[in-house]
Ligand binder design. Sequence first.
Ligand SMILES: NC(=O)c1ccc[n+]([C@@H]2O[C@H](COP(=O)([O-])OP(=O)(O)OC[C@H]3O[C@@H](n4cnc5c(N)ncnc54)[C@H](OP(=O)(O)O)[C@@H]3O)[C@@H](O)[C@H]2O)c1
Length: 307
Amino acid sequence: MIGPDEGHHDAHRDGLRSAHRSGHGSGLLDGQVALVTGASGGIGRGIALRFAEAGAAVAVHFRTNAEAAREVVDLIVGSGGRAVALRADLTVEDECHRLVREAAGWGGLLTALVNNAGVQPVQELPGMTAGDWRAVVEANVSSVFVCTQAAVEVMREGRGQGDRRDLSDGSDVSGLSGLSDRRGSSGGPVGSITHIASIEATHPAPLHAHYSASKAAVVAHARSAALEYGPYGIRVNTVSPGLIDRAGLAEAWPDGVRRWQQAVPTGRLGRPEDVGDACVFLASPMASWITGHDLVVDGGVSARPTW
Ligand SMILES: NC(=O)c1ccc[n+]([C@@H]2O[C@H](COP(=O)([O-])OP(=O)(O)OC[C@H]3O[C@@H](n4cnc5c(N)ncnc54)[C@H](OP(=O)(O)O)[C@@H]3O)[C@@H](O)[C@H]2O)c1
């Protein structure tokens, strides 16, 4: 058995073109500049497209799959949005910092980061080496820690408000707000960071011990970061997807897909856009008082009793 996150590329397209052409995008992220890591992959692509549809300029990160990143950029730019493809290996600390600075330099500022890039190897515990374990932790946890730290730096610089707000005197905590209004960069504290975790953070699957542990770690990191970065006006949350569909998944893992279909109360697998919508919400002014939260996006599977 393998876990629900054996992730791969998917071929979904969304309403991006029609949203831009008709001007009927939500506008929830107008004025924002977002960096989406792992946007050459299935879920990252869905997140990047949803961000663009909501009005954000999007830095589309990739590591090896330049062609997939280019396709996402072309879709966004071709439909009237702003996007750029940026490469980095996020297991290399310097590359994380460079990536974030490039995104902010390109966009003029950075208001949102989605830490989506990750690996999902399937491996049993008895044969797992410390090196195997560390590789997953480096790719899924350390990268999130470093990118978040780098993003906080540029977000604070972008706001011209480098100093931590002293909340000990009971002063107004509106610094926890995201955008002050839908005009984005027009004023007010700006900054949201969303990590893509997994329902496996709380419901581990066999052969995914390192992966499940890594996702639990990013949920914990987000809660800690929400505490420490809240006073700077930066919110940090996680989105925990369930099984997200991709081309060939049903053929590659028929047993898993069948069990998912039996368990899910809403009757379907997830789509990358489901995750994208959750991320757009968390980056938007509608979530301005939400931080340190884990938003489960699984069609209700986690709600099912196990007894
Ligand atoms: N698929 C699911 O059902 C599911 C469910 C819950 C959570 N998730 C999580 O959602 C996220 C995306 O999953 P996915 O299914 O879309 O995966 P995917 O299609 O395999 O994409 C993974 C992405 O991460 C990038 N990446 C991997 N290692 C990297 C590194 N060292 N440095 C920089 N980038 C790196 C890849 O870049 P290149 O391809 O360009 O090298 C790719 O863009 C992951 O964090 C995953 O754990 C997935």
